[in-house]
Design a protein around this ligand. Sequence first.
Ligand SMILES: *Cc1c(COP(=O)(O)O)cnc(C)c1O
Length: 325
Amino acid sequence: MGGIHRRRTRNRRWQWNDAIELALRALGIGNGDTVITTPNTAVATVAAIELSGASALLMDVDEATLTLSPERLEQALSENSSGVKAVIPVHLYGYPAAMPEILTICEKHRLFVIEDCAQAHGASINGRKVGTFGDAAAFSFYPTKNLGALGDGGAAVTRNSALAEKLRELRVYGWRERYISESAGMNTRLDEIQAATLRVKLRYLELENARRREIALSYDRFLTGSCVTTPHCSKSAHHVYHQYVVRSPRRDALREHLKEQQIETGVLYPVPIHQQPGYRGRVAVAGELAITERAARELLCLPMHPWLSDKEVARVISAVRDFCR
Ligand SMILES: *Cc1c(COP(=O)(O)O)cnc(C)c1O
Protein backbone atom coordinates (compact mmCIF):
# COMPACT_ATOMS: atom_id res chain seq x y z
CA MET A 1 0.00 0.00 0.00
CA GLY A 2 2.84 2.41 -0.74
CA GLY A 3 2.03 5.87 -2.03
CA ILE A 4 3.87 5.66 -5.32
CA HIS A 5 2.09 6.87 -8.46
CA ARG A 6 1.66 4.43 -11.24
CA ARG A 7 -0.67 3.70 -14.10
CA ARG A 8 -3.58 1.36 -13.50
CA THR A 9 -2.86 -0.68 -16.63
CA ARG A 10 0.57 -1.70 -15.39
CA ASN A 11 -0.65 -2.44 -11.93
CA ARG A 12 -3.33 -4.75 -13.24
CA ARG A 13 -0.99 -7.27 -14.71
CA TRP A 14 0.87 -7.55 -11.45
CA GLN A 15 -2.13 -8.12 -9.25
CA TRP A 16 -2.93 -11.45 -10.86
CA ASN A 17 -2.57 -14.29 -8.33
CA ASP A 18 0.47 -12.55 -6.89
CA ALA A 19 -0.13 -13.49 -3.28
CA ILE A 20 0.65 -17.17 -3.90
CA GLU A 21 3.70 -16.43 -6.04
CA LEU A 22 4.94 -13.95 -3.47
CA ALA A 23 4.53 -16.45 -0.62
CA LEU A 24 6.40 -19.13 -2.59
CA ARG A 25 9.26 -16.75 -3.41
CA ALA A 26 9.44 -15.47 0.17
CA LEU A 27 9.82 -19.08 1.33
CA GLY A 28 12.73 -19.50 -1.08
CA ILE A 29 10.84 -21.81 -3.42
CA GLY A 30 11.62 -21.60 -7.12
CA ASN A 31 13.53 -23.31 -9.93
CA GLY A 32 13.91 -27.06 -9.47
CA ASP A 33 11.36 -27.27 -6.65
CA THR A 34 8.02 -29.06 -6.74
CA VAL A 35 4.80 -27.77 -5.19
CA ILE A 36 1.78 -30.01 -4.65
CA THR A 37 -1.78 -28.83 -5.21
CA THR A 38 -5.08 -30.09 -6.60
CA PRO A 39 -6.32 -30.01 -10.22
CA ASN A 40 -9.84 -28.70 -9.42
CA THR A 41 -8.86 -25.15 -8.66
CA ALA A 42 -8.60 -21.80 -10.38
CA VAL A 43 -5.81 -21.85 -12.97
CA ALA A 44 -4.38 -19.06 -10.83
CA THR A 45 -3.11 -21.51 -8.20
CA VAL A 46 -1.01 -23.45 -10.69
CA ALA A 47 -0.02 -20.36 -12.69
CA ALA A 48 1.43 -18.86 -9.50
CA ILE A 49 3.50 -21.99 -8.83
CA GLU A 50 4.95 -21.83 -12.34
CA LEU A 51 5.58 -18.07 -12.10
CA SER A 52 7.72 -18.69 -9.03
CA GLY A 53 9.87 -20.98 -11.17
CA ALA A 54 8.73 -24.16 -9.41
CA SER A 55 6.81 -27.06 -10.97
CA ALA A 56 3.33 -28.08 -9.93
CA LEU A 57 2.41 -31.66 -9.02
CA LEU A 58 -1.34 -32.25 -9.12
CA MET A 59 -2.96 -34.71 -6.74
CA ASP A 60 -6.54 -35.95 -6.66
CA VAL A 61 -9.03 -34.79 -4.04
CA ASP A 62 -11.22 -36.31 -1.37
CA GLU A 63 -14.52 -37.58 -2.79
CA ALA A 64 -16.74 -35.89 -0.20
CA THR A 65 -15.10 -32.49 0.12
CA LEU A 66 -13.30 -32.09 -3.24
CA THR A 67 -10.32 -30.68 -1.32
CA LEU A 68 -6.79 -32.14 -1.04
CA SER A 69 -6.96 -35.70 0.28
CA PRO A 70 -4.63 -36.23 3.28
CA GLU A 71 -4.54 -39.98 2.55
CA ARG A 72 -3.38 -39.47 -1.03
CA LEU A 73 -0.88 -36.84 0.05
CA GLU A 74 0.61 -39.18 2.66
CA GLN A 75 0.76 -42.05 0.20
CA ALA A 76 2.32 -40.03 -2.62
CA LEU A 77 4.96 -38.53 -0.30
CA SER A 78 5.88 -41.91 1.17
CA GLU A 79 6.45 -43.21 -2.38
CA ASN A 80 8.47 -40.22 -3.57
CA SER A 81 8.95 -36.84 -1.98
CA SER A 82 12.14 -35.76 -3.74
CA GLY A 83 12.07 -32.13 -4.82
CA VAL A 84 8.77 -31.45 -3.07
CA LYS A 85 9.04 -28.26 -1.01
CA ALA A 86 5.50 -27.13 -0.36
CA VAL A 87 1.83 -28.03 -0.46
CA ILE A 88 -0.98 -25.63 -1.38
CA PRO A 89 -4.36 -26.85 -0.09
CA VAL A 90 -7.28 -24.98 -1.66
CA HIS A 91 -10.28 -24.19 0.56
CA LEU A 92 -12.63 -24.82 -2.33
CA TYR A 93 -16.10 -23.22 -2.49
CA GLY A 94 -15.63 -21.79 1.02
CA TYR A 95 -15.09 -25.18 2.65
CA PRO A 96 -11.88 -25.60 4.66
CA ALA A 97 -9.48 -28.33 3.52
CA ALA A 98 -8.48 -30.90 6.18
CA MET A 99 -5.78 -28.68 7.66
CA PRO A 100 -4.96 -30.53 10.92
CA GLU A 101 -4.31 -33.78 9.01
CA ILE A 102 -2.44 -32.01 6.18
CA LEU A 103 -0.24 -30.12 8.67
CA THR A 104 0.74 -33.33 10.46
CA ILE A 105 1.85 -34.89 7.18
CA CYS A 106 3.70 -31.77 6.04
CA GLU A 107 5.51 -31.44 9.36
CA LYS A 108 6.67 -35.05 9.09
CA HIS A 109 8.03 -34.45 5.59
CA ARG A 110 9.29 -30.93 6.41
CA LEU A 111 7.18 -29.22 3.77
CA PHE A 112 5.91 -25.67 3.76
CA VAL A 113 2.16 -25.16 3.63
CA ILE A 114 0.55 -22.23 1.81
CA GLU A 115 -3.23 -22.04 2.07
CA ASP A 116 -5.20 -20.84 -0.96
CA CYS A 117 -7.95 -18.89 0.82
CA ALA A 118 -9.28 -17.13 -2.29
CA GLN A 119 -12.75 -18.64 -1.81
CA ALA A 120 -12.82 -18.94 1.96
CA HIS A 121 -12.61 -15.58 3.77
CA GLY A 122 -13.94 -16.32 7.27
CA ALA A 123 -14.11 -20.12 7.03
CA SER A 124 -12.78 -22.06 10.02
CA ILE A 125 -12.15 -25.47 11.56
CA ASN A 126 -13.10 -25.86 15.23
CA GLY A 127 -13.15 -22.08 15.49
CA ARG A 128 -9.70 -21.60 13.98
CA LYS A 129 -9.81 -19.47 10.83
CA VAL A 130 -8.33 -20.61 7.53
CA GLY A 131 -5.21 -18.64 6.74
CA THR A 132 -3.80 -19.29 10.23
CA PHE A 133 -2.82 -22.93 9.72
CA GLY A 134 -0.08 -22.76 7.11
CA ASP A 135 3.29 -21.01 6.98
CA ALA A 136 1.54 -18.47 4.78
CA ALA A 137 -1.84 -18.01 3.14
CA ALA A 138 -3.12 -16.17 0.10
CA PHE A 139 -6.40 -14.28 -0.21
CA SER A 140 -7.93 -12.90 -3.39
CA PHE A 141 -10.13 -9.80 -3.34
CA TYR A 142 -11.36 -10.23 -6.89
CA PRO A 143 -14.86 -8.65 -6.99
CA THR A 144 -16.73 -12.00 -7.02
CA LYS A 145 -15.06 -13.35 -3.86
CA ASN A 146 -16.73 -13.31 -0.42
CA LEU A 147 -14.63 -10.22 0.30
CA GLY A 148 -14.21 -8.43 -3.00
CA ALA A 149 -12.67 -5.12 -4.02
CA LEU A 150 -13.73 -2.91 -6.94
CA GLY A 151 -11.05 -4.47 -9.10
CA ASP A 152 -8.19 -6.91 -8.73
CA GLY A 153 -6.43 -7.26 -5.40
CA GLY A 154 -5.10 -9.82 -2.99
CA ALA A 155 -3.08 -10.37 0.17
CA ALA A 156 -0.52 -12.78 1.54
CA VAL A 157 -0.61 -13.33 5.31
CA THR A 158 1.71 -15.06 7.76
CA ARG A 159 2.31 -15.38 11.48
CA ASN A 160 6.07 -15.54 10.98
CA SER A 161 7.59 -12.07 11.34
CA ALA A 162 10.75 -12.82 9.34
CA LEU A 163 8.60 -14.15 6.51
CA ALA A 164 6.34 -11.09 6.74
CA GLU A 165 9.37 -8.86 6.33
CA LYS A 166 10.48 -10.84 3.28
CA LEU A 167 6.97 -10.57 1.77
CA ARG A 168 6.97 -6.79 2.28
CA GLU A 169 10.36 -6.55 0.65
CA LEU A 170 9.54 -8.72 -2.39
CA ARG A 171 6.20 -7.02 -3.10
CA VAL A 172 7.99 -3.81 -3.98
CA TYR A 173 11.16 -4.49 -5.96
CA GLY A 174 13.02 -5.97 -3.02
CA TRP A 175 13.19 -2.61 -1.28
CA ARG A 176 13.87 -2.39 2.43
CA GLU A 177 15.01 1.16 2.03
CA ARG A 178 13.33 3.00 -0.84
CA TYR A 179 15.19 2.67 -4.16
CA ILE A 180 17.60 0.11 -2.72
CA SER A 181 16.79 -3.44 -3.81
CA GLU A 182 18.03 -6.03 -1.33
CA SER A 183 16.63 -8.74 -3.58
CA ALA A 184 15.01 -9.06 -7.00
CA GLY A 185 11.38 -8.39 -6.12
CA MET A 186 8.28 -7.48 -8.05
CA ASN A 187 5.60 -4.79 -7.99
CA THR A 188 2.43 -6.05 -6.39
CA ARG A 189 1.30 -3.16 -4.25
CA LEU A 190 -2.41 -3.02 -3.52
CA ASP A 191 -4.09 0.13 -4.85
CA GLU A 192 -5.09 2.58 -2.11
CA ILE A 193 -8.55 2.80 -3.64
CA GLN A 194 -8.98 -0.98 -3.29
CA ALA A 195 -7.55 -1.00 0.22
CA ALA A 196 -9.95 1.75 1.31
CA THR A 197 -12.92 -0.15 -0.12
CA LEU A 198 -11.85 -3.40 1.49
CA ARG A 199 -11.46 -1.79 4.92
CA VAL A 200 -15.13 -0.85 4.84
CA LYS A 201 -16.39 -4.06 3.23
CA LEU A 202 -14.51 -6.19 5.76
CA ARG A 203 -16.96 -5.01 8.43
CA TYR A 204 -19.77 -6.73 6.54
CA LEU A 205 -17.99 -10.01 5.82
CA GLU A 206 -19.39 -11.88 8.83
CA LEU A 207 -22.90 -10.65 8.12
CA GLU A 208 -22.69 -11.58 4.45
CA ASN A 209 -21.22 -14.98 5.24
CA ALA A 210 -24.07 -15.56 7.72
CA ARG A 211 -26.59 -14.83 4.97
CA ARG A 212 -24.77 -17.23 2.63
CA ARG A 213 -24.99 -19.92 5.34
CA GLU A 214 -28.68 -19.23 5.84
CA ILE A 215 -29.32 -19.70 2.12
CA ALA A 216 -27.22 -22.90 2.13
CA LEU A 217 -29.28 -24.20 5.04
CA SER A 218 -32.47 -23.75 2.99
CA TYR A 219 -30.92 -25.48 -0.01
CA ASP A 220 -29.73 -28.30 2.29
CA ARG A 221 -33.10 -28.68 3.94
CA PHE A 222 -35.14 -28.87 0.75
CA LEU A 223 -32.69 -30.55 -1.64
CA THR A 224 -31.18 -33.27 0.55
CA GLY A 225 -32.78 -36.53 -0.55
CA SER A 226 -33.78 -35.13 -3.95
CA CYS A 227 -32.03 -36.27 -7.17
CA VAL A 228 -29.01 -34.00 -6.55
CA THR A 229 -26.25 -34.55 -4.01
CA THR A 230 -25.91 -31.61 -1.62
CA PRO A 231 -22.50 -30.43 -0.39
CA HIS A 232 -20.75 -32.17 2.49
CA CYS A 233 -20.04 -30.22 5.68
CA SER A 234 -18.50 -31.79 8.77
CA LYS A 235 -19.50 -30.65 12.27
CA SER A 236 -16.09 -29.10 12.94
CA ALA A 237 -16.06 -27.04 9.75
CA HIS A 238 -17.50 -23.56 9.32
CA HIS A 239 -18.36 -23.37 5.61
CA VAL A 240 -18.72 -19.87 4.10
CA TYR A 241 -20.36 -21.01 0.85
CA HIS A 242 -18.47 -19.01 -1.71
CA GLN A 243 -20.35 -21.46 -3.93
CA TYR A 244 -23.17 -23.87 -3.16
CA VAL A 245 -22.31 -26.89 -5.28
CA VAL A 246 -24.61 -29.83 -5.95
CA ARG A 247 -23.80 -32.91 -8.00
CA SER A 248 -25.87 -34.79 -10.53
CA PRO A 249 -25.01 -37.31 -13.25
CA ARG A 250 -27.57 -35.36 -15.33
CA ARG A 251 -25.87 -32.03 -14.68
CA ASP A 252 -26.20 -30.59 -18.19
CA ALA A 253 -29.92 -31.37 -18.37
CA LEU A 254 -30.44 -29.85 -14.91
CA ARG A 255 -28.54 -26.76 -15.96
CA GLU A 256 -30.66 -26.43 -19.10
CA HIS A 257 -33.87 -26.91 -17.08
CA LEU A 258 -32.86 -24.10 -14.71
CA LYS A 259 -31.80 -21.85 -17.58
CA GLU A 260 -35.25 -22.22 -19.15
CA GLN A 261 -36.62 -20.73 -15.94
CA GLN A 262 -34.12 -17.86 -16.05
CA ILE A 263 -32.04 -19.34 -13.23
CA GLU A 264 -28.38 -18.84 -13.92
CA THR A 265 -25.93 -21.46 -12.68
CA GLY A 266 -22.17 -21.90 -12.91
CA VAL A 267 -19.67 -24.71 -13.23
CA LEU A 268 -16.49 -24.24 -11.21
CA TYR A 269 -14.48 -25.65 -12.79
CA PRO A 270 -15.56 -27.17 -16.10
CA VAL A 271 -12.04 -28.30 -17.06
CA PRO A 272 -9.52 -29.55 -14.47
CA ILE A 273 -6.05 -28.00 -14.79
CA HIS A 274 -4.38 -31.12 -16.22
CA GLN A 275 -6.91 -31.13 -19.08
CA GLN A 276 -6.57 -27.42 -19.92
CA PRO A 277 -4.96 -26.79 -23.34
CA GLY A 278 -2.15 -24.76 -21.78
CA TYR A 279 -1.26 -27.45 -19.22
CA ARG A 280 -2.26 -30.79 -20.74
CA GLY A 281 0.65 -33.21 -21.08
CA ARG A 282 2.97 -30.67 -19.50
CA VAL A 283 1.92 -30.42 -15.86
CA ALA A 284 2.93 -33.33 -13.60
CA VAL A 285 0.23 -35.48 -12.02
CA ALA A 286 0.48 -37.96 -9.14
CA GLY A 287 -1.56 -40.97 -10.18
CA GLU A 288 -5.17 -40.95 -11.27
CA LEU A 289 -7.27 -37.80 -11.04
CA ALA A 290 -10.55 -39.65 -11.53
CA ILE A 291 -12.46 -38.00 -8.64
CA THR A 292 -11.70 -34.54 -9.99
CA GLU A 293 -12.57 -35.55 -13.54
CA ARG A 294 -15.94 -36.99 -12.55
CA ALA A 295 -16.75 -34.00 -10.35
CA ALA A 296 -16.09 -31.67 -13.30
CA ARG A 297 -18.80 -33.50 -15.25
CA GLU A 298 -21.32 -33.61 -12.40
CA LEU A 299 -21.03 -30.42 -10.38
CA LEU A 300 -23.31 -27.41 -10.61
CA CYS A 301 -23.08 -24.15 -8.68
CA LEU A 302 -26.56 -22.94 -7.71
CA PRO A 303 -27.21 -19.22 -7.27
CA MET A 304 -25.39 -18.06 -4.12
CA HIS A 305 -24.74 -14.54 -2.90
CA PRO A 306 -25.83 -12.58 0.18
CA TRP A 307 -28.43 -10.52 -1.68
CA LEU A 308 -30.60 -13.41 -2.86
CA SER A 309 -34.10 -13.01 -1.42
CA ASP A 310 -35.94 -15.85 0.33
CA LYS A 311 -38.34 -15.84 -2.59
CA GLU A 312 -35.53 -16.31 -5.09
CA VAL A 313 -34.06 -19.14 -3.02
CA ALA A 314 -37.48 -20.83 -2.90
CA ARG A 315 -37.78 -20.48 -6.68
CA VAL A 316 -34.41 -22.19 -7.20
CA ILE A 317 -35.39 -25.00 -4.82
CA SER A 318 -38.71 -25.63 -6.53
CA ALA A 319 -37.09 -25.59 -9.99
CA VAL A 320 -34.55 -28.23 -8.91
CA ARG A 321 -37.26 -30.36 -7.27
CA ASP A 322 -39.39 -30.02 -10.39
CA PHE A 323 -36.44 -31.34 -12.46
CA CYS A 324 -36.13 -34.31 -10.10
CA ARG A 325 -39.76 -35.35 -10.57
C1 LIG B 1 -10.00 -16.51 -7.57
C2 LIG B 1 -9.04 -17.55 -7.17
C3 LIG B 1 -7.64 -17.36 -7.27
C4 LIG B 1 -7.01 -16.19 -7.94
O1 LIG B 1 -7.32 -14.98 -7.50
P1 LIG B 1 -7.07 -13.71 -8.44
O2 LIG B 1 -7.13 -12.60 -7.48
O3 LIG B 1 -8.15 -13.71 -9.46
O4 LIG B 1 -5.71 -13.89 -9.03
C5 LIG B 1 -6.81 -18.35 -6.78
N1 LIG B 1 -7.29 -19.49 -6.26
C6 LIG B 1 -8.62 -19.73 -6.18
C7 LIG B 1 -9.09 -21.00 -5.56
C8 LIG B 1 -9.54 -18.78 -6.64
O5 LIG B 1 -10.85 -19.02 -6.56
